[in-house]
Design a protein around this ligand. Structure first.
Ligand code: 4AD
Ligand code: MG
Length: 483
């Protein structure tokens, strides 16, 4: 559809194939179109069926076998009613031009490739229907995230990726290393100064220009600094965890959405988390119909109905103590025994959301701050969580969803300086390292609360994809950073 005009006008005149195929296609019937794309096996969702006969210009290239799966083409033709049942309209081709031919080794061929195989072809798997649909739904969820927070008066804050502080205090950080040429006689040219591999000039110093630094595990502490100035804020960016977890819900690099609400308590936090989840789920149901139907048919039967329920019903809220009662009364044998003070394991979380609450999201609040054993106890909750008056629990909450477990973790923050200092001591964390965080409690401290949502787990929840490695374009898991 490109016509003359400025570059921007031309760009705007580009239609997506989905727009052409929408409805019964009546408004585009008979129209002359130019389509550019890649040849696929016909199963792709953003597919435009192109039919050509021997009269079409360029047909000789097709006949000689040059236009194969994976090749890129320019095609011009007329939109006609399709003879087939799979699509309403198709393109009757007048002219085809091969832009880039595809080598016969193109690995994504007609037969259904396994997800494991496709992970080894992460640079090409985006051309399959599944990964195309995941990318579009992921995009819609990101857009809906900004839309929700922007429409509710939150300010987006970029939190740093390199930081010296450990938000979770769990020591699961990747260390930052500076690459410095060790030779003294470096030239003035910055290009020449870049060390080349194996030239013997590289000094791998274990620090960030002489200071320790890590990749961030969470932007929360930084978000708190802005929340205690601008009121409600949120972050949305990559975070990193050096945990050696090879599960279907853990990544070493994942994206987190972290709202932080000022003048707010745990109830406000839970209300925000529920409203956010309902908003983004409704958004994809309304705006990604074709992709959602694909997931419903091929990936997770009934997902549209289940998500519609989530969008309509309020999220259940129970206390940790109620959760323990529920688990103790369950007619089920758990691998890990259930006792007040135990850390909930994923089998417990799954029972609560999948069985006790029949597949609905559930928020559990007021967790014990420590895991109490017969003769000892160890702390399980982060230093920044506000202590409840009972002295045993903290104002923390997790939202659990079926199939995944923990989707959201949040809390009301400890805004009382003396409690926070005592807690840092109790956990044997270095108070000096948190001096700036403590300052927020010195200068106009206010009750505030927030949460973190793992974006990839949300994409899993919305698509029904069972492995987290398949909902991020280039997954980073232990030992895997090739692409
Ligand atoms: O529960 P987490 O560790 O909480 C925090 O980081 C808080 N500072 C958040 C806050 O209050 N602002 O992580 C939050 C969420 C989890 O519920 C989970 O969805 C996701 O981040 N998450 C991961 N997702 C993928 N891979 C991992 N390794 C993850 N670790 C946490
Ligand atoms: Mg958590």
């Amino acid at each position: 559809l490109r016509t003359s005009g400025s570059r921007v006008e031309q760009f705007r005149k580009k239609l997506r194939v989905s727009e052409i195929k929408e409805g019964d296609g009546a408004d585009v019937l008979g129209r002359d179109l130019v389509v550019q794309g890649w040849i696929n096996d016909g199963s792709c969702l953003s597919n435009m069926q192109c039919v050509l006969n021997s009269e079409a210009e360029g047909y000789d290239q097709v006949e000689s076998g040059l236009v194969t799966t994976g090749a890129s083409v320019w095609v011009q033709g007329v939109v006609v009613k399709s003879q087939g049942s799979k699509q309403k309209v198709e393109l009757k081709v007048n002219k085809i031009v091969l832009i880039g031919k595809s080598d016969p080794s193109f690995p994504i061929q007609k037969k259904r490739a396994s997800r494991e195989f496709l992970r080894t072809k992460a640079h090409l798997r985006s051309r399959t229907n599944t990964f195309g649909a995941v990318a579009r739904v992921r995009n819609a969820l990101a857009y809906a995230t900004h839309k929700f927070f922007q429409e509710n008066g939150f300010v987006w804050i970029s939190s740093p990726i390199i930081t010296a502080s450990d938000c979770e205090g769990a020591g699961e950080q990747f260390c930052v290393t500076t690459l410095i040429p060790s030779s003294q006689d470096t030239t003035d040219s910055p290009v020449d100064a870049i060390p080349k591999k194996n030239d013997g000039l590289i000094d791998w110093s274990q620090d960030f220009f002489g200071k320790p630094a890590f990749l961030t595990v969470s932007g929360q502490l930084n978000a708190e600094t802005y929340a205690t100035a601008l009121s409600d804020v949120y972050t949305f960016g990559p975070t990193f965890r050096a945990e050696n977890s090879n599960t279907s819900r853990h990544l070493a690099e994942f994206w987190m959405i972290e709202p932080e609400l000022a003048f707010a308590d745990l109830n406000d936090d839970m209300a925000c988390a529920s409203a956010y989840l309902q908003f983004v789920i409704k958004y994809v149901l309304d705006n990604c119909k074709e992709d959602m139907e694909f997931f419903d048919t091929w990936i997770s039967k009934g997902i549209i109905a289940r998500l519609s329920d989530v969008a309509d019903k309020d999220v259940v809220q129970i206390t940790y103590t109620e959760a323990i009662d529920l688990l103790s009364g369950a007619n089920k044998k758990f691998e890990f025994p259930v006792k007040w003070g135990c850390d909930l394991q994923s089998e417990h979380e799954r029972y609560i959301t999948e069985e006790a609450y029949n597949g609905c999201p559930v928020i559990i609040r007021d967790y014990p701050k420590a895991c109490y054993l017969l003769l000892s106890s160890f702390d399980i909750k982060a230093f920044y969580m506000r202590q409840n008056d009972d002295g045993k629990t903290v104002a923390a909450m997790d939202m659990l969803v079926p199939g995944i477990g923990e989707l959201i973790g949040g809390s009301q923050r400890e805004e009382r300086l003396e409690y926070l200092e005592a807690r840092l001591d109790e956990l044997k964390l270095n108070k000096d390292a948190y001096w700036w965080y403590l300052d927020l409690r010195r200068y106009g401290s206010v009750p505030h609360a927030g949460f973190g949502l793992g974006f990839e787990r949300l994409v899993q929840f919305a698509t029904g994809m069972d492995n987290i490695r398949d909902v991020i374009p280039f997954p980073r898991t232990p030992g895997s950073a090739e692409f």
